[in-house]
Structures are given as structure tokens and as C-alpha cells.
Design a binder for this molecule. Structure first.
Ligand code: ATP
Ligand code: MG
Length: 221
């Protein structure tokens, strides 16, 4: 197992004072949208989380073939989108690292900065949890966190549970909790396509991010 030598600890990156129940929301966030925000807030309130930290990816291993916006711009959009929620924060751990980012490394990084007995909840969409089997260091990941899988339109809730049932070791099944979030058919892919086609993206994402996209000329192709 490869150890990534992080240059600093999570509590120097984001304020973890008094945090015993931590939510982590990883993503490419190209761009961040209301689907991500609603899901994170539902997990926060539903699971009594002290903080939800968004972790924009550096170079996502599963998106190596496609063109993505430079990481500092995706990081900035994530900051803009989360600033109005006092429970939300953004970590630079993945953007400040060269090369691929792996969830197991990121969760370990946060685990080391929290007190023993603290809980980490890794928040994902149902589509992401379906790929869980292919993730690196899955055993370590399950040792360090519980997953909250939000159902998303187009991904059948039952199909997700059946797949997890077939592919996950029994000991891990209890560590995946499904939650239903208000039906939100919003995706970054759709937002990028809308911008490229000159269609409106208003109300699909925070206004500040909408303005940033326009000002930077992102996704125009
Ligand atoms: P893309 O279309 O480029 O793949 P995306 O909208 O899926 O973008 P990501 O940054 O890939 O966004 O996703 C980050 C996390 O947020 C993943 O766990 C994903 O499943 C989840 N997610 C994305 N959109 C939604 C949504 N509308 N509701 C709930 N979860 C979502
Ligand atoms: Mg996605």
C-alpha cells in the first residue's frame, strides 16, 4: 500500500476543533451544484455531523480521459458555493497534491487529525457508491469511515442495494447507509453542456458560481 507523504495535517488545512462527527464530500466539482449542496446538508442534519468538508479532487483517476477545469478554479468554485453555510468547509488536501487522488489516502489524512472514537462519514451519490468495488484500498477505507449514499434520479435505489449485497463483504454492508435526497436531476455534465449550448444554468447552482463561470468563460468550448 502506498503512503502519500502529506506535507501537513488535516487540522492545519481546515479547522477541526470540536469535530467528532465529520462528513467528507469528495468530487470533481466541475462545477459544484445544488445537488452536491443539498446532499451534503441532508447528510449533515440527518446524521448530526459537526462539519462537512468538501474535498475537490486534484487529478481524478476515473476521469483521466476527459478535459477538466484546472483544479484551482474548481477549488475556488467550491469555496464560493459553500461560504454561506457555517457547517461547510473546503480542504486543499487533494488539489495541493500532484498526481492522482485516492479516497483511501484522503480519509486516512482526516482520520489522523481527529480524536480516537470520532466518526467519519464519506458522502457520495448512489452512482459513485456503485463503483466502490474498484476503489483503491477498500479494506482500509471501510476501516476508517462509514458511507452515506444519496440516491439520485436515474440510479434505482433497489438496484443499488442489490448490487452492494452481491459485491460487498457482509461486514461492510452495514457501513453503507442510503439516504434519499430531494429528487435532483442536476449534474455537472448537464451544466457544462448547457453553457456550451448557450442555455440557462440559473438556479442549478449558486449565483456566485454562475457568475464565476461566465466571467472566466468556462465550458463555452
Ligand atoms: P459529472 O457529471 O461531471 O460526473 P457530477 O454532477 O456527478 O459531475 P461529481 O463531482 O462527479 O459531480 O460528484 C461528486 C459526488 O457528488 C459524487 O459522489 C456524486 O455521486 C455526487 N453527486 C453528484 N450529483 C449529485 C446529485 N444531483 N445528487 C446527489 N449526489 C450527487
Ligand atoms: Mg460524477
Amino acid at each position: 500500500m502506498s503512503e502519500i507523504p502529506f506535507l501537513f495535517q488535516a487540522d492545519e488545512d481546515v479547522d477541526l476543533t470540536g469535530v467528532n462527527r465529520l462528513g467528507l464530500m469528495g468530487g470533481t466539482f466541475d462545477p459544484i451544484h445544488q445537488g452536491h449542496l443539498v446532499t451534503a446538508e441532508a447528510a449533515r442534519s440527518g446524521f448530526n455531523l459537526d462539519r462537512v468538508i468538501f474535498v475537490p479532487s486534484g487529478q481524478p483517476p476515473h476521469k483521466s480521459g476527459q478535459q477538466i477545469t484546472p483544479k484551482e478554479k474548481r477549488y475556488l468554485m467550491t469555496e464560493l458555493a459553500t461560504v454561506t453555510n457555517p457547517f461547510f468547509d473546503v480542504s486543499r488536501v487533494e488539489v495541493s497534491k500532484d498526481g492522482y487522488s485516492y479516497s483511501a489516502d484522503t480519509v486516512r489524512y482526516f482520520r489522523r487529525s481527529l480524536a480516537a472514537g470520532s466518526e467519519i462519514y464519506f458522502i457520495t451519490g448512489a452512482d459513485a457508491i456503485m463503483e466502490i468495488i474498484s476503489w483503491k484500498n477498500i479494506d482500509e477505507l471501510f476501516a476508517n469511515c462509514t458511507f452515506i449514499a444519496a440516491t439520485r434520479p436515474g440510479v434505482q435505489y433497489r438496484a443499488m442495494l442489490e448490487k452492494l449485497e452481491r459485491q460487498l463483504k457482509p461486514a461492510y454492508r452495514d457501513k453503507v447507509i442510503a439516504i434519499e435526497v430531494p429528487a435532483m436531476a442536476i449534474s455537472s455534465t448537464d451544466i457544462r453542456r448547457r453553457v456550451a449550448e448557450g442555455r440557462t444554468i440559473k438556479y442549478l447552482l449558486p449565483e456566485t458560481v454562475e457568475h464565476y463561470i461566465a466571467k472566466q468563460g468556462l465550458y463555452r468550448v
